[in-house]
Ligand binder design. Structure first.
Ligand code: BES
Ligand code: MN
Ligand code: MN
Length: 460
């Protein structure tokens, strides 16, 4: 099929493609909510049904948590195998009152579809499903085998998939993993993302007196857990934005000059970026540009803080406890386990007298860099240019997709991260959206990608 025929075919299905997305987005598949178990399964079933009804060999794979959806088109001897990975689970919609339309009642305004999961990741993963379905409907055989693995636990760390990956390795065997769960560099400027950061998260709890105390009667006699926790947090990062845990930077791969030049060549304005985020000035590790800090340097963040009186007015107490949710974004080669040990050591050394602490580690995932010499990058460049009318730029991103590095390791496949989202899509935040034009361009790019990967093989 010529690329024009494909585009015309896909254009004629735009309405139906949008309606499908609306249906899927209505299902509140919040993986972290134990009460939403049924809805999470329903969202998995929805996409499994779509794939099965289109004739793909489809499997519903139970895990200790939310199920995996696997589907495949027939094998094509001698041709590459691609695995599309994505997730049907979403982040919680809270705070609900900040949404202009309800999170699970998709609403189209100004060419955007607003709903939790619109860009992360239902809208993006559906582009590949739609492209493959339309290509299959033409009755012509696909030039390659395409497998799908769509999971329900990405937003909670993919631990069950990680555990099962070795036993699934034969089923998932492939030459390239294609993932659309990230962003374009700028509106209309497509990107190939060749690096992601890793992550490791913790809860740090500080224990003081056995119950809240009157701060008049007891203030001055005991350590305040709120102050102790604040000091501990402050001790973890210095005024130059450098993380103070012992050995924290030991395994960090320094940015190469080449890479720094590549980042610097991308059109990016600090002032404009600051304005778009509602801050007067950007901040971060000294000696690095904003893109370097966001994409290729590790960071420390407080994600949540809880201590003492939260209600209206004053309440004069010394709270019994204080706690913080902490996260570190990691770069490739940093080991989440080592960071956990460094945090233990740092906290043990810096805990003020008069309180005790407890660290509860959550999941961790290493960062990744893709193989830039992969032949599939050239295929993606052609496909993205065909769909977006512009060649893609090479970027890294700061977010994490926990399973990606494990795919590289266990499947030995190249990873192709092709994001159709935008940086202002409000992922994980109120009023999450996905631009419908990008949804339709994503479907086209996907269809072109399969043609490209297929023909790339025939020329070998
Ligand atoms: N789609 C994101 C990952 C992402 C974000 C990639 C921004 C590129 C740019 C994914 O759904 C996500 O949110 N991941 C979590 C992982 C965590 C819950 C283990 C993240 O990065 O916080
Ligand atoms: Mn995602
Ligand atoms: Mn996410």
């Amino acid at each position: 099929m010529t690329s024009n025929t494909i585009d015309t075919l896909l254009d004629s299905h735009q309405q139906a493609h949008t309606e499908d997305l609306i249906e899927w987005l209505r299902i509140p598949s919040v993986s972290s909510d134990p009460k939403a178990k049924k809805e999470v399964r329903e969202a998995g079933q929805w996409v499994a049904d779509l794939l099965r009804n289109a004739g793909l060999q489809t499997e519903w794979i139970e895990t200790q948590g939310h199920p995996l959806v696997y589907a495949t088109t027939p094998p094509v001897p001698g041709a590459p195998v691609a695995l599309v990975y994505g997730h049907y689970d979403v982040q919680p919609p809270e705070p609900l009152d900040l949404w202009d339309s309800p999170a699970f009642e998709p609403d189209i305004r100004d060419g955007n579809i607003y709903a939790r999961g619109a860009t992360d990741d239902k809208g993006q993963v559906l582009t590949h499903v739609q492209a493959v379905l339309r290509l299959l409907e033409t009755g012509q055989p696909l030039p390659l085998q395409i497998k799908f693995l769509i999971e329900g636990e990405e937003e909670v760390g993919s631990e069950n998939l990680e555990r099962m990956l070795p036993e699934l390795a034969d089923k998932l065997a492939c030459d390239v993993v294609v993932i659309s769960d990230s962003s374009q560099f700028a509106p209309g400027q497509p990107a190939i993302t060749y690096g992601l950061r890793g992550i490791t998260t913790f809860e740090l709890k500080v224990f003081g007196p056995s119950q809240d105390l009157h701060s008049g009667s007891f203030g001055g006699a005991v350590m305040n857990p709120g102050i102790a926790l604040s000091k501990l947090i402050a001790s973890m990062i210095n005024d130059d934005g450098q993380i103070q845990l012992p050995g924290f930077y030991d395994d960090v791969q320094p940015l190469t000059d080449e890479e720094r030049q590549q980042f610097a060549s991308l059109p990016f304005e600090d002032a404009e970026f600051a304005r778009s985020l509602g801050v007067a000035k950007l901040a971060g590790e000294k000696g690095y540009t904003t893109l370097e800090r966001k994409w290729a340097r590790p960071t420390f963040d407080v994600n949540g803080l809880t201590c003492g009186h939260q209600g209206p007015g004053a309440k004069t107490i010394i709270p019994a406890t204080a706690s913080a949710k902490l996260s570190f974004r990691l770069v490739p080669n940093q080991d989440p386990q080592k960071i956990a040990e460094a945090l233990e050591a740092h906290v043990a050394q810096h805990t003020p007298v008069g309180v005790t602490t407890k660290i509860t580690p959550d999941h961790g995932a290493p960062g990744m860099v893709a193989n830039l010499k992969s032949p599939f990058i050239a295929a993606a460049q052609t496909a993205l240019e065909a769909a977006f009318g512009k060649p893609p730029v090479l970027i890294r991103e700061g977010g994490s997709i926990p399973i990606v590095q494990k795919f590289q390791e266990t499947l030995g496949a190249d990873c192709l991260l092709l994001g159709w989202g935008l940086n202002d899509d409000n992922a994980h935040s109120p009023n999450e959206k996905f631009c419908l034009a990008d949804y339709h361009r994503g479907i086209k790019a996907s269809a072109h990608l399969w043609q490209q990967i297929g023909s790339l093989n025939q020329n070998r």
